[in-house]
Ligand binder design. Structure first.
Ligand SMILES: C[S@@+](CC[C@H](N)C(=O)[O-])C[C@H]1O[C@@H](n2cnc3c(N)ncnc32)[C@H](O)[C@@H]1O
Ligand SMILES: Nc1nc2[nH]cc(C(=O)O)c2c(=O)[nH]1
Ligand code: SF4
Ligand SMILES: [Mg+2]
Length: 209
């Protein structure tokens, strides 16, 4: 039996890979200071994933959510990005409730492959072909961020744009290793389909975490 089976379902302990204070690099909140909480564990299997070290939850220490909150509230930026790995593998109700009690804005980065839990100020849904999102999550997305690895991802993007709410922001973000090749296509696509906007991984250009 893997350690993962001992993670309590009440969300009071979570497998924490890393936490760091930086600038949100991607999507709608780009440029804002935020404390990142990266939870271990993901079985979606994106072959181009830029944080494969996160996949095995057993490698990341089970950490009290109360300790994570104590760390997060030390910083002047009052927003937290919960990411992973796939953070919705876990019940995030407790962690986000405690963050909000401390007047911290709660943002999530998720593939949507697991049901939504938690109390959120901003939900970034980044659906993956390798394990499609649970249908119920799209309506709650504030931002749909499609990673463009090849041409077929434009059709995948449009498929998901039909599922999100009217006010959901729509982003096309180049897969990092294919950015030079795909950016000209993304630029053309956005010029012809201006409901979409470009999102870049600006932290990678800035050389910050
Ligand atoms: C590492 S994932 C963790 C959160 C969640 N598992 C997800 O995929 O949304 C954080 C964000 O990085 C994006 N991402 C991961 N690898 C990428 C890559 N090689 N190029 C561009 N974006 C990438 C994901 O699509 C997601 O929006
Ligand atoms: N600066 C910065 N912004 C980010 N936005 C989403 C990230 C993620 O890995 O979820 C990320 C990240 O790893 N670093
Ligand atoms: S869902 Fe997110 S963490 Fe999981 S493999 Fe894909 S990009 Fe990586
Ligand atoms: Mg990242």
């Amino acid at each position: 039996m893997s350690l993962k089976n001992f993670i309590p379902e009440d969300g009071t302990l979570l497998p924490l890979m890393e936490e760091f204070y930086t600038i949100q690099g991607e999507g709608f909140n780009t440029g804002k200071a935020a404390y990142f909480i990266r939870l271990g564990g993901c079985d979606v299997g994106c072959h181009w994933c830029d944080v494969k070290e996160s996949w095995d939850a057993d490698l990341h220490p089970l950490t009290p959510s109360d300790d994570i909150v104590k760390n997060a509230i030390q910083y002047p930026g009052k927003a937290v990005v919960i990411t992973g790995g796939e953070p919705l593998l876990y019940n995030l109700d407790y962690l986000t409730k405690k963050l909000k009690e401390n007047n911290i804005l709660t943002f999530i980065e998720t593939s949507g492959a697991y049901p939504l839990s938690g109390h959120w100020d901003w939900i970034c849904l980044s659906p993956k072909k390798f394990k499609a999102p649970t249908p119920s999550i799209a309506q709650f997305a504030n931002e749909l961020k499609i990673i463009v690895f090849n041409k077929s991802d434009f059709a995948w993007a449009e498929e998901h744009a039909l599922l999100v709410g009217q006010n959901c922001k729509l982003y096309l973000q180049p897969e990092w290793s294919k950015a030079n090749e795909m950016l000209p296509l993304i630029i053309d696509y956005v010029k012809n389909n201006p409901k979409w906007e470009i999102s870049l991984q600006t932290h990678k250009y800035l050389n910050i975490p």
